[in-house]
Write a protein that binds this ligand. Structure first.
Ligand SMILES: [Ca+2]
Ligand SMILES: [Ca+2]
Length: 159
């Protein structure tokens, strides 16, 4: 192997596909949108964990990633809402990702909704009845708190 072949190999290894089979690079993250199945949040968490590569329910911490994902969903005309790896089941209104990092609040993450006095606030608004996080199709794929027992698609992320 000459120096040029070594350099070429280096480019292929560094610049090649970063995501494993079944995952797509969306905004720099390797994500898999499992529209073929729908299940409660806890089952979805295990479903992602049981992927053929190390993976978990997805974590979304930047508006840029959410925009890229929304573009992907629009482009491929994907339907349905997706579970993300966050919950406030442990302590009500204390939203944490599976790795225990706190979930960002407000814009550009959580959907807005009208409150009973006619003003606008952000989700989450479900109190103790809604303890799991979805990317909500009905809310243009912003975050919404949802009953953990509802059936949605797992959104898995390669770790
Ligand atoms: Ca809650
Ligand atoms: Ca809600």
């Amino acid at each position: 192997m000459n120096i040029f072949q070594v350099l070429l190999l280096g480019v292929v290894l560094v610049g090649g596909e970063c995501c494993s089979h079944g995952f797509d690079d969306i905004g720099g993250h390797c994500l898999a949108l499992h529209t073929e199945v729908a299940m409660p949040w806890e089952d979805a968490r295990i479903y992602c964990q049981n992927s053929t590569v190390p993976a978990a329910l997805a974590k979304m911490t930047s508006g840029k990633t959410i925009r890229a994902l929304y573009q992907y969903i629009t482009e491929f005309e994907i339907k349905g809402s997706f579970w993300l790896g966050a919950s406030d089941a442990e302590v009500e209104d204390d939203w944490v990702w599976l790795d225990m990092e706190r979930v960002n609040r407000g814009t550009p993450f959580w959907a807005i909704h009208s409150n009973i006095i006619g003003g606008w606030t952000h989700e989450p608004s479900g109190g103790k009845k809604e303890n799991c996080l979805i990317l909500d199709e009905q809310r243009l794929y912003y975050f919404n708190d949802e009953s953990c027992l509802k059936l949605h698609h797992p959104l898995c992320q390669e770790l």
